[in-house]
Design a protein around this ligand. Structure first.
Ligand code: MN
Length: 288
């Protein structure tokens, strides 16, 4: 069984744009290689938004060198990027955006959701890319809830497999390196064992309820970062719980990050800043 490396609790809320009140549950700045290939996870909400004619969100900004994975629990989002992708995602849907060589995009509350108002709750995970794939063309996978298979855990609850495999079910997301991403709903008192190979990173996050893993109790918005040594993870719910499990093969390369750019060297960061400034990551075209 993997042992605990670190517990993270009490993340301070901050705003991303005017649409996303987030708490950063973990980041590579603090946890380093122990969380590779993951870089960071922001948990937005749950937060109630009053009806508004003007959608809230975050305007045009760039990314290069990694992927952003957005999982919506409540509310609806709209997205548009300079690679020509446009989409809307709602509860249970996942957007897996590969920035790779670079793009600019904007992320808003969906217009109809804004008009109605309501609760927004989502996570955005940043996944690193190996050096050889940082120059790949940008990509975009819109994964509706209907494409994500659910594994029935009997009385224990259920597991939606977004990426990787779990009990013979494969997640629909295509990934550059081996990644497992599972959205778990566990009933109080139930327990699940998640395979996690020796040497792989493993992270357990409780979004709702209470659960134990590696001998520690996690409440809402608490995260357990496990030691890559050892095999397998056990999670036991103390209350009905919504839990996110992340596992992955570490990328053993230097990480040099600057805001929306995650590269391997300082020079690559300087190049990214120049390329964005000079319009080489593209521009958003106004909708027709
Ligand atoms: Mn973004």
């Amino acid at each position: 069984m993997k042992k605990l490396f670190e517990i993270r609790r009490g993340a301070e809320p901050r705003w991303v744009g005017d649409g996303f009140p987030v708490r950063t549950l973990f980041s590579h700045q603090e946890s380093g290689a122990r969380i590779s290939p993951f870089l960071m996870l922001d948990y937005a909400g749950p937060a109630e938004f009053a009806p508004s004619e003007k959608p809230r969100g975050v305007g045009e900004h760039p990314h290069r060198g990694f992927e952003t994975v957005t999982i919506v629990y409540q509310g609806e989002l709209e997205h548009r990027d300079s690679a020509g992708n446009h989409g809307k995602i709602g509860p249970g849907d996942v957007q897996w955006m590969t920035a790779a060589s670079g793009l600019v995009h904007e992320e808003w509350h969906d217009r109809d959701f804004s008009r109605r108002g309501g609760v927004l709750e989502l996570v955005q995970l940043w996944v690193n890319l190996p050096a050889k794939d940082k120059s790949a063309a940008p990509g975009y996978q819109e994964i509706p809830a209907a494409r994500i298979s659910t594994v029935d855990l009997d009385a224990a609850g259920s597991a939606r497999v977004i990426a990787g495999g779990f009990r013979g079910t494969e997640g629909p997301a295509r990934t550059f390196t081996p990644i497992t991403l599972i959205d778990l709903r566990l009933g109080a008192g139930s327990r699940v064992e998640i395979p996690s190979p020796e040497g792989h990173s493993a992270i357990v996050m409780v979004l709702k309820g209470k659960a134990t893993t590696a001998g520690e109790t996690l409440g809402e918005a608490d995260t357990a970062i496990l030691d890559p040594d050892g095999e397998g993870v056990t999670v036991e719910a103390l209350d009905d719980a919504t839990i996110l499990f992340l596992g992955g093969e570490p990328i053993d390369e230097p990480v040099v990050a600057h805001g929306p750019f995650v590269m391997n060297t300082e020079e690559e960061i300087r190049q990214a800043i120049r390329d964005y400034r000079d319009g080489r990551m593209g521009r958003l075209v106004p909708p027709a």
